[in-house]
Design a protein around this ligand. Structure first.
Ligand SMILES: *Cc1c(COP(=O)(O)O)cnc(C)c1O
Length: 399
């Protein structure tokens, strides 16, 4: 469609897929009938209910398959990754509190883990925050050193949402079990990015989310291995084996199951695509903009996330200029980027305030095109030039 003069259909490019994705059409098609055609309560005994519950069962089976769980009833649907993380930390801690009250998490966890820990600390638990190296990897020796007789839970994320670093989850889980400690991982960014197999990786509990993998928002799951105790989250119904009451949101659960199935099915092809997208983008940026460095691990990371230190620009100003140009990026995780608070992840990997203040996260999607990238790089060049030209740092500093 052509535009009349003066009406510009501005191109927009979304490079914030680690914050959330759109719902893919395959997923949407899975969901749509559940809003009206199939409206039974999955808990009802009649045919309407059975039809709904068969959809929920299928979604649970899809998740089980994708994460390699032994049984479908080890999957508990939640309202998302945040709820799953809260439940895991609090529910496991309280269930095992007679054994001890010490918990270990990494210092680069998502806020939903860190804030749950802060709450546990107020309740008398003790939390150790495991440091990470400049690549964002936890030190396994330090982990062993931190484990005590009263340690009951270790929670370390599989993939970091700001820098994309992939932890050695299997090795961490093995250490936990060597010392008889339960291991939970936040795998919200890992689904569709790395192969997950909870049995092979010896994971006791794992959080996942729908909207990071082209599924709907407001739905996720907590995997809890059979035999592991966890306190109930919501009282008031027999749903989710009595652990999380409330009428199941069949449409969301159906979309979530489909999204995770697809993400797992397409993992290799998507990661290949994302790798070339990231490399193309990074090469173009480095070619055209001076003083740019990558934050986090160079190799052991997911391909969809690229955190860049762009010297002599303020991240918030750059984010806003890019937004004016139609390019959406992130200045931290979505949860903290509204505040002026410094990224705890960049701090933890050793970035000083200046570096953290000049770092942005670019995250790519499975359908990000070369044209999108060219457009974004042009916008970035223009915005960085503008900011550097007015930057006092520039005048006083490097150039
Ligand atoms: C997005 C995300 C969460 C939170 O998931 P929601 O479904 O948005 O609540 C937790 N951990 C990580 C690593 C995430 O990326």
């Amino acid at each position: 469609m052509s535009c009349v003069k003066g009406c510009k259909m501005a191109k927009k490019v979304y490079l914030d897929y680690a914050s959330t994705t759109y719902v893919s059409s395959e997923v949407l098609n899975e969901m749509l009938p559940c809003f009206n055609a199939i409206y039974g309560n999955a808990n009802s005994l009649h045919s309407f209910g059975r039809e709904a519950s068969s959809i929920v069962d299928r979604a649970r089976d899809r998740i089980r398959n994708a994460i390699g769980a032994a049984k479908s009833n080890e999957i508990y649907f939640t309202s998302g990754g945040t709820e799953a993380n809260n439940w895991a930390l609090r529910g496991l801690a309280h269930a095992y509190s007679e054994k001890g009250k010490h918990i270990i998490v990494s210092s680069i966890e998502h806020k939903s883990v860190l804030d749950a820990c802060a709450c546990l600390e107020e309740e008398g638990f003790e939390v150790s925050y495991l440091s990470v190296d400049k690549n964002g990897l936890v030190n396994l020796g330090e982990l062993i050193h931190l484990i005590r007789k009263d340690t009951i839970l270790i929670s370390i994320m599989a993939v970091n949402n700001e820098i994309g670093t992939i932890q050695n989850v299997k090795a961490i889980a093995k250490i936990a079990h060597d010392y008889g400690v339960i291991f939970h991982t936040d795998a919200c960014q890992a689904v569709g990015a790395i192969k997950l197999n909870v049995q092979d990786m010896e994971i006791d509990a794992m959080s996942i989310s729908g909207h990071k993998v082209y599924g709907p928002k407001g739905v996720g799951a907590l995997y809890v291995k059979e035999g592991i105790r966890i306190e109930n989250l919501i009282y008031g119904g027999s749903q989710e084996r009595g652990k999380r009451g409330g009428t199941v949101n069949v449409a969301e659960v159906a979309g979530f199951g489909k999204a995770v199935e697809i993400a797992n099915r397409d993992i290799v092809i998507n990661q290949q695509k994302l790798r070339s997208v990231r490399e193309y983008f990074l090469n173009a940026v480095k070619e055209r903009i001076e003083y740019v460095e990558v934050n986090g691990h160079q190799m052991q990371k997911v391909n969809g996330i690229l955190n860049l230190f762009i010297e002599m620009v303020d991240k918030e100003s750059l984010l806003m200029l890019l937004d004016l140009e139609g390019v959406a990026v992130s200045a931290g995780s979505a949860c903290t980027s509204n505040s002026i608070e410094q990224s705890h992840v960049l701090k933890a990997i050793g970035c000083d305030d200046e570096r953290a203040n000049s770092s942005l996260r670019f995250s790519f999607g499975k359908n990000t095109t070369k044209q999108d990238l060219d457009f974004a790089v042009d916008a970035l060049v223009k915005s960085v030039e503008k900011l550097r030209s007015i930057s006092a740092l520039t005048k006083a500093g490097r150039r």
